[in-house]
Design a binder for this molecule. Structure first.
Ligand code: SF4
Length: 81
């Protein structure tokens, strides 16, 4: 399993970074190209909070514990095979 982040929802509050036991996540600013596919609401949300968003830097380290899914305040993470 690995986490998949919905960037239309993520506000970079870093709960996933804090809770993940294997340091799968980091925070970084999305590039303009990465923001391109977002919905208008997602782009507006990113513009308004203005900060970095969660990024899956080490997907191979995921143990599938789902703590990130449970702790994300925006319900922006799901696990995929
Ligand atoms: S499922 Fe567990 S190990 Fe995998 S990214 Fe989320 S918190 Fe980390």
């Amino acid at each position: 399993m690995r986490p998949l982040i919905d960037y239309n929802r993520c506000e970079g509050k870093a709960a996933c970074v804090a809770v993940c036991p294997t340091q799968v996540f980091d925070l970084r600013q999305l590039t303009a190209a990465e923001r391109g596919p977002l919905t208008l609401a997602g782009r507006l949300r990113g513009f308004l909070h203005g900060g970095p968003q969660a990024w899956v830097t080490r997907p191979e380290a995921c143990k599938g514990c789902a703590r990130c899914v449970a702790e994300c305040p925006e319900s922006a993470i799901r696990l995929v095979p």
